[in-house]
Design a protein around this ligand. Structure first.
Ligand SMILES: Cc1cc2nc3c(=O)[nH]c(=O)nc-3n(C[C@H](O)[C@H](O)[C@H](O)COP(=O)(O)O)c2cc1C
Ligand SMILES: C=C(O[C@@H]1CC(C(=O)O)=C[C@@H](OP(=O)(O)O)[C@H]1O)C(=O)O
Length: 388
């Protein structure tokens, strides 16, 4: 399975093409719309989310509620486009028109300056239109399809927010993946700890009031994962590495860790390795899940636990200093309408990209033209791994 996304933030629409999914996966537009809505509602977002109401159109690859095995095309309209039609015109426009909403004072921390230098743009809007996290809409749409496939195979995915602007919540022990999903859904900051919910909102409100922004940490958990997805045999086949790339590819994400993560540097081996257990019912499991579900780049059957860190949003209403690319004089950076915190929204994106990588790994491992056949193969394989 592979996919592409296309579309500018203020262009007419966003598009995704997914290729390589089996035929016969039940799929409705509502499955995707539910996920798109989840991405839009997190606390800390700016005015754009009041304009958009992301709804997908499936224009190929699905018939009568099931995938056909042919490429699936997903389209989401940008409602804001009607306010940007001349600025985003595909046709050539006059020099005067070109200056409208031109960006010449790059924002520190956004892609503006480096993208401008790299592609030789005189107007940095040409960079920000595609570097914008508006693109994550389509990654969530693709992730919704991946989640649907995984759910049908009994594999659950949930995400939540662990930390915002230095306020960290605790994670209650022994929650199922479904319970994590339900609890985070009930919180506007997608946090599992009701004690810090208000505090997180306060940190976001304070940042906004001061023209500032905050980042944080999100966590994604995948449960009931078959053993042996990914492979140690080649560096680029390791599934933990692919998931890390997917997480760090989310706009503003700066790192990923699994299980105890960076804490492993400070612990002895006896407190990091998870002892091996076997039981008739569950097959091979581990005493703990310090390694976050991975050994040798392969899933070991324990839940995948991956965290990603998001830096604060680069656009500041109290802007930092920058340089005007025409005069080279020192100026305050441009201010575009912006979010003050997008960590809750980004946790939904993180779920989507992790689900997509896991779905790709499942389809790599099992023959996958027909979904009914895939279901059988996964079932048989689970039995094999239990009794190995
Ligand atoms: C859901 C989401 C919403 C975002 N909203 C904004 C925003 O409103 N303003 C902004 O400057 N950056 C926003 N960002 C971050 C930028 O897109 C990101 O910092 C930029 O593309 C530069 O890439 P980098 O931070 O990965 O280096 C958002 C990111 C995500 C994931
Ligand atoms: C549009 C989305 O997020 C945008 C991501 C973004 C950025 O620079 O990344 C900047 C803002 O764009 P605008 O200036 O149009 O408000 C966010 O709203 C979205 O998430 O759907």
């Amino acid at each position: 399975m592979r996919y592409f996304t296309a579309g500018e933030s203020h262009g007419p629409e966003l598009t995704a093409i997914i290729e390589g999914l089996p035929a016969g996966i039940p799929l409705s537009m509502e499955d995707i719309n539910q996920e798109l809505a989840r991405r839009q509602v997190g606390y800390g977002r700016g005015g754009r989310m009041l304009i958009e109401k992301d709804q997908v159109r499936i224009t190929s690859g699905v018939r009568h509620g099931e995938t056909l095995g042919s490429p699936i095309t997903l389209v989401v309209e940008n409602k804001d486009w009607k306010n940007w039609q001349s600025v985003m015109s595909v046709e050539a426009v006059s020099e005067k028109e070109k200056k409208k909403r031109r960006v010449a004072k790059p924002r520190p921390g956004h892609a503006d300056l480096v993208g401008g230098i790299k592609y030789g743009f005189n107007d940095l809007r040409n960079v920000l239109e595609r570097s914008s996290a508006r693109e994550t809409t389509m990654r969530v749409a693709i992730g919704a399809v991946a989640k649907k496939l995984l759910k049908e195979l009994g594999i659950d995915v949930a995400g939540h927010v662990l930390e915002i602007g230095g306020v960290r919540g605790t994670v209650p022990e022994n929650l199922t993946v479904k319970e994590i999903a339900e609890r985070s859904e009930a919180s506007e900051v997608r946090c599992l700890d009701p004690q810090v919910d208000l505090e997180m909102k306060q940190v976001i409100d304070d940042a906004k009031k001061n023209g500032n922004t905050v980042g944080g940490v999100v966590e994604v958990i995948v449960g009931n994962v078959p053993v042996g997805l990914g492979s140690y045999t080649q560096w680029d086949q390791k599934l933990d590495a692919k998931i890390a790339q997917a997480v760090v590819s989310i706009n503003a994400f700066k790192g990923a860790e699994f299980g105890v993560g960076f804490e492993a540097a400070r612990l002895p081996g006896s407190e990091v390795m998870d002892e091996i257990i076997w039981s008739e019912e569950a097959g091979y499991t581990r005493s703990n899940n310090n390694l976050g579900g991975f050994e040798g780049g392969m899933t070991n059957g324990m839940p995948i636990v991956v965290r990603g860190v998001m830096k604060p949003i680069p656009t500041l209403y109290k802007p930092l200093m920058s340089v005007d690319i025409d005069s080279k004089e020192v100026y305050k950076a441009s201010v575009e309408r912006s979010d003050s915190c997008a960590v809750p929204a980004a946790s939904v994106v993180a779920e989507a990209v992790v689900a997509t990588e896991v779905a790709k790994a499942v389809l790599n491992k099992f023959e996958s033209d027909s979904f009914a056949r895939l279901v059988e193969l996964v079932k048989d394989y689970r039995e094999y791994t239990r009794t190995f």
